[in-house]
Design a protein around this ligand. Structure first.
Ligand code: ADP
Ligand code: MG
Length: 391
């Protein structure tokens, strides 16, 4: 009760502040919708676990699909409304940036569509609801690059006085915002995937026999081909781990994280040995099978990162590469979910990868030896009983 009250007064304060910024929802949407958003934003979000998702089985029965649709019908508007309330009240005028407004309007649109969808009662309702979910999933594809452009705009404005790395509240917000997005897309993606023809060892997006060594090899191949294209060469990467070992995980999440870590190592090693007579030392990727965790270590001899730079690595937009956002126009930004594939430059690789790891109860940490190289430790929880973290 106390927390609900605290939340409601926080929201009231947020609404007031937003009113002062002149970017109020009410200027764009009806009173009814705005009231509904704020009423939903007072409700608690409900987390699920990997184990809950696994309980659906590879051939979900009709009843399970209906239950899943009913859960999403209740839960998604709550999660979306929390985000809208936040987007209304970002500090430093970030809420008023056109890119941020665009993202907010996507959230409001999806909220409205879900709220006006009638109760899911039978299999035919469920099919229609799944179609709506597909539509919403597509609408939100470009949230990350479009938000990034809003933040980049703020960064340009502030650059003379203070770096955007030094704004902890922005990073806290982005961490929560993107974590929530991972959760929403996992839930929607899972429901949609349960409708697809069953694949061996798959329950929706989850591969019950996911081979970390196999996924790592794919991620390495993809990262090396980008490095080759951009730099004209790519250091070798050696994998140490049993390819036959498997555990239940979402391969697309694992691919995303390893791809980002390997790209960082390739860039560091390539740049350090570019003008050297010596061959670049191979990057070493080790997969360790523990009782509690699967740990993947990516070790490179790319010269490391100064200790003072380590906290910055976890902030959004911190990069030592030239940012493609600086001269990116809108057409480019709508290409892919995380912007066009580049080796480096968004400064999003590490913080987003850490969110993916934490989403299922894992973590990512970086240890650097300046003057030698970097070790990234990616811990993946193998129990799957952990609830989603809900910002
Ligand atoms: P980006 O790669 O787009 O710059 P990241 O979040 O992946 O964004 O990394 C942020 C910064 O951290 C990089 O620009 C680089 O300066 C530093 N960094 C990350 N990984 C390594 C590494 N393995 N070796 C050296 N520097 C690294
Ligand atoms: Mg990177």
């Amino acid at each position: 009760m106390a927390s609900v009250l605290a939340q409601s007064s926080r929201l009231a304060a947020q609404t007031l502040k937003a009113a002062n910024q002149g970017v109020r929802l009410i200027d764009h949407f009806s009173r009814e919708v705005v009231d509904d958003i704020f009423a939903c934003a007072l409700k608690k979000q409900t987390g699920v676990s990997l184990k809950y998702m696994l309980d659906f089985g590879s051939k979900p029965i009709e009843r399970q699909l209906i239950l899943s649709a009913q859960f999403l019908h209740n839960e998604l508007p709550v999660r979306l409304s929390h985000r809208v309330a936040e987007l209304e009240n970002l500090p430093y005028g970030l809420s008023a940036k056109p890119h941020v407004l665009k993202v907010r309007d996507w959230y409001v649109e999806s909220f409205r569509e879900l709220r006006s969808f009638p109760k899911v009662k039978d299999a035919s309702d469920e099919l229609h609801f799944t179609r709506l979910l597909q539509h919403i999933y597509r609408r939100h594809t470009n949230v990350v690059p479009v938000m990034a452009m809003g933040v980049a705009e703020l960064k340009r404005e502030l650059s003379r006085s203070i770096g955007v790395e030094d704004l902890p509240d922005i990073h806290q917000f982005l961490d929560g915002f993107y974590m929530s997005r991972i959760g929403i897309r996992m839930l929607i993606g899972q429901h949609i995937a349960l409708h697809e023809p069953p694949r061996e060892n798959h329950i929706g997006l989850i591969d019950t026999k996911c081979s970390p060594a196999g996924v790592c090899q794919d991620a390495i191949d993809d990262a090396r081909s980008i490095c080759l294209r951009e730099k004209g060469g790519a250091p070798e990467v050696t994998v140490y781990g049993d390819p036959s070992f498997t555990f239940p995980y979402v391969p697309s999440h694992l691919h995303h994280m390893v791809f980002e870590l390997v790209k960082n190592s390739l860039r560091a090693v390539h740049d350090r040995f570019e003008d050297s007579d010596n061959e670049p030392p191979p990057i070493r990727l080790v997969v360790a099978e523990g009782e509690e965790d699967i740990t993947i270590k990516v070790s490179d001899e790319g010269g490391g990162i100064p200790r003072s730079g380590l906290p910055k690595m976890w902030t959004y937009l911190y990069t030592t590469a030239k940012s493609p956002l600086d001269d990116m126009d809108r057409s480019q930004a709508t290409e892919g979910s995380d912007g066009p594939s580049v080796l480096a430059g968004y400064g999003y690789g590490l913080p987003i990868s850490r969110l993916y790891a934490r989403y299922f109860g894992g973590d990512l940490s970086i240890i650097s030896m300046e003057g030698y190289g970097t070790d990234a430790y990616l811990h993946l929880n193998r129990l799957g009983n952990v609830q989603e973290p809900l910002p």
